[in-house]
Design a binder for this molecule. Structure first.
Ligand code: BG6
Length: 500
């Protein structure tokens, strides 16, 4: 998060990128590093060392440039800027499972930069390689500088509580918790970070941010895209593991947490953990009242006919994997007792939209005649994470003229309009914090563990009972009917996402 230190003054840094020729580097990490370079945000003494099985600095340079051209928010780099960035590149070819090669890697790293004070090992590689890499780095003592060395991993961090713990053990056996940075890229998004600013930098929201004034909260992360070419991963993950366990839970924690004492990584993460710890366990004998799954059928999106999930490339034609998940959670504490949090996410939905909707209670006494329309539209605060970043407060106002009639109106704040500049991509924010050693926006082990624990009853029930009705929602819709029932049972409804 925002740090007082400026990156160009940061210590001399070596960014060692395992999986430098892979997809994650190509699409996200490479463009983010380049944009930080463009903005003058990298330390003056900075080297990016790409590590992969087959790699050379020239090949790495071409690959990064191609990814930047396609995916960077700043478009293709010009020759001069590119050459300046390329001068910071280096590479090392290594068989990651060969323990001997790490000694040579160490020598190489020491030969290109003397007295590096910060070294980031970024593992953009599949989790089964985390162990061999962590062992190899430790065997060469590359982990020992506890303040300067960081190791970075990214989901999937297991597919259950047990597998998460196993992955985590492979790292924690050599690295201290303060050295391990677990990425959830949603935490790098501006609007997600803004939740804390909204709540704790203003005196007006916090007094009503509780069960007395809030009826319920919904968090929606809807995507139009389907599974694409990620069958290999998605067929083992599904929406609950892919999105709810991490992104949606992180958002919920920021919405529901208590005020931090200090803007400090541990304090904030403690408060977030408290939310997960306060969540009422989902009862194993009543899963359907708390969790719903869906899988998309064929349908139409933006005028194009799209396939059903089971017809997508490399997907099992009888797949039981969910592409939609909705969960209802109750947070058992003073602030939130009996205020449900409804979380939903899905692929092939009507719109690309991620938003948090805080639905306030109806007025306690209706002094206006029924014909005026009071309470026809609930008062709510909508925090939109994407596509537009901003907030809308929806409330009632008197329509001009007579007879007396009340109408819902919107008050808007839009990031782009207010600040007039583009927000950095989530990865830029996170990589910047990584280099500075600020762990606030990264997930701590106990938090990931609590998240897995909370979802275990649902994962187990779904694995044991294949869905009889898949596919159960049309591509281009808002998800399965069962999700409407989940919330309707409480006398509520998913409110349509807002448009800026
Ligand atoms: C990833 C999921 O973590 O987040 C994807 O694996 C999903 O399935 C993506 O599409 C959404 O992220 P963003 O930043 O594009 O909203």
């Amino acid at each position: 998060m925002v740090s007082e230190r400026h990156l160009s003054q940061a210590d001399s840094t070596q960014f060692v990128l395992f999986g430098a020729m892979g997809d994650l580097t190509w699409r996200l990490v490479g463009p983010a590093l380049f944009n930080l370079h463009l903005d003058g945000q990298l330390p003056d003494d900075f080297r990016l060392v790409g590590v992969d099985r087959e790699i050379s600095t020239e090949v790495l340079s071409e690959r990064l440039r191609d990814g930047i051209k396609r995916f960077s928010r700043n478009g293709a780099p010009d020759e001069k800027t590119w050459n300046a960035f390329a001068a910071r590149l280096d590479s090392y070819a290594i068989d990651l499972s060969n323990a001997q090669s790490y000694q040579q890697l160490k020598q190489h790293l020491e030969s290109i930069q003397k007295n590096t004070t910060a070294r980031v090992f970024y593992l953009a590689i599949p989790p089964f390689l985390f162990g061999p890499v962590a062992d190899g780095l430790a065997a060469s003592d590359l982990h020992l500088d506890r303040d300067g060395v960081r190791i970075v991993v990214e989901k999937p961090l297991g597919d259950s509580l047990a597998t998460f713990k196993a992955i985590d053990r492979t790292l924690s056996v050599h690295f201290e918790e303060k050295q391990i940075y677990r990425i959830d890229h949603f935490l790098g998004k501006e609007t997600v970070q803004n939740i804390l600013a909204l709540r704790f930098a203003n005196p007006i929201f916090e007094p009503v941010w509780n069960r007395r004034y809030i009826d319920h909260i919904t968090i929606t992360v809807a995507e139009r895209i389907g599974v694409g070419h990620r069958a290999g991963y998605y067929e083992h993950a599904g929406a609950l593991r892919d999105m709810v366990q991490n992104h949606l839970f992180q958002i919920m924690c920021l919405v529901a947490m208590e005020a931090p004492v200090a803007y400090d990584a541990d304090d904030i993460r403690n408060k977030k953990l408290d939310v997960l710890r306060a969540c009422r366990p989902i009862p194993t004998d009543n899963i359907t009242a708390f969790a719903v799954r869906g899988q998309y059928n064929t349908g139409w999106i933006e005028g194009k006919h799209v396939s059903a999930y089971r017809q997508e490339p490399d997907i099992d034609p009888e797949s039981n994997i969910e592409t939609y998940a909705a969960v209802k959670l109750l947070v058992d504490n003073w602030r939130w007792q009996d205020v449900p949090f409804y979380l939903r996410t899905g692929k092939r939905m009507t719109e690309n939209v991620s938003e948090i909707s805080i639905r306030f209670r109806d007025v306690p006494h209706n002094a206006f005649p029924a014909t005026t329309g009071l309470n026809t539209q609930p008062v709510r605060l909508v925090i939109q994470i994407q596509p537009r970043e901003g907030m809308i407060l929806k409330f009632m106002a008197k329509e001009p003229g007579s007879p007396l009639r009340l109408q819902p109106v919107d008050m808007r704040f839009c990031y782009a309009d207010a600040f007039g500049k583009a927000s950095p991509d989530a990865y830029e924010t996170l990589i910047r914090d990584l280099i500075l050693g600020d762990a606030t926006l990264f997930m701590r082990s106990d938090q990931v563990e609590a998240a897995w624990q909370l979802l275990t009853p649902v994962l187990d029930a779904w694995a044991a009972n294949p869905a009889p009705d898949f596919p159960n929602y049309t591509a281009g819709s808002w998800g399965p009917e069962a999700a409407e029932r989940l919330i309707a049972r409480d006398g509520r409804a998913w409110l349509t996402p807002s448009h800026f």
